[in-house]
Design a protein around this ligand. Structure first.
Ligand SMILES: [Zn+2]
Length: 209
């Protein structure tokens, strides 16, 4: 496969790119990635958590699953998942943000992030995705709730309770997503407060088969 683009997003930054139908986006990481996608011809037709869960009949995004848009269009298919067998990718939560971290602190709930001793980040995934989408004219309010790659959650069926875990790959692993149509894709390398690392860099490679 030919490498079209190969970049690294630093810890707690955003990244975005156009990707053509048939190309593969390879994300290499051992940290949480908040990932979104938009139809390149109509940014309003963006990733939709609920329709994706319904299409896959699963609350996690797994190998073989599709990421579905608001109109029900297949945007991407996950064809490889280096996290398989270790943990799952979350589709319940939204994005962390400076405002959310401050609210958690005010409510005395920072301990839910497991490492309350870590300094509250000055910004988070909401700010990172906002800056990543800005060049494309997409404001924060039009960015959908993401798929949270590598965000492994324990979800209690009886109570509906959700708990963060520190389950992450020990070393960077690859997730391969095939574009089913021409897309704009964007992600944030999360300042993962549930992990001792406090977030790490993310490799992004676009491959032409
Ligand atoms: Zn985040």
């Amino acid at each position: 496969m030919r490498i079209v683009k190969q970049e690294v997003a630093a810890r707690n930054t955003g990244w975005s790119s156009q990707i053509a139908r048939g190309q593969i986006l390879r994300l290499s990481a051992r940290t949480i990635i908040d990932f979104v996608a938009f139809d390149a011809s109509d940014y309003r037709d963006c990733f939709d958590q609920a329709l994706t869960k319904e299409a896959n009949r699963c609350i996690y995004l797994k190998r073989g699953h599709s990421m579905v848009s608001r109109s029900g269009q297949r945007l991407l298919v996950m064809v490889a998942d280096g996290f398989e067998g270790l943990g799952t990718h979350d589709m319940q939560f939204g994005m962390c943000s400076r405002a959310r971290h401050e609210r958690s602190a005010a409510e005395g709930r920072l301990a839910e992030y497991l490492h309350a001793d870590l300094k509250v980040p000055t910004h988070g995934c909401a700010e990172n995705l906002t800056s990543a989408c800005k060049p494309w004219g997409i404001p924060y309010v039009d960015i959908p709730s993401p798929v949270n790659l590598f965000q492994n959650m324990v979800i209690d069926q009886a109570t509906g309770g959700m708990r963060r875990t520190q389950v992450r790959p020990d070393a960077p692993v690859d997730i391969d997503l095939v574009a089913e149509t021409d897309l704009l894709v964007a992600f944030s390398a999360c300042p993962d407060k549930a992990s001792r690392t406090g977030g790490l860099e993310v490799g992004a490679t676009i491959l032409q088969p």
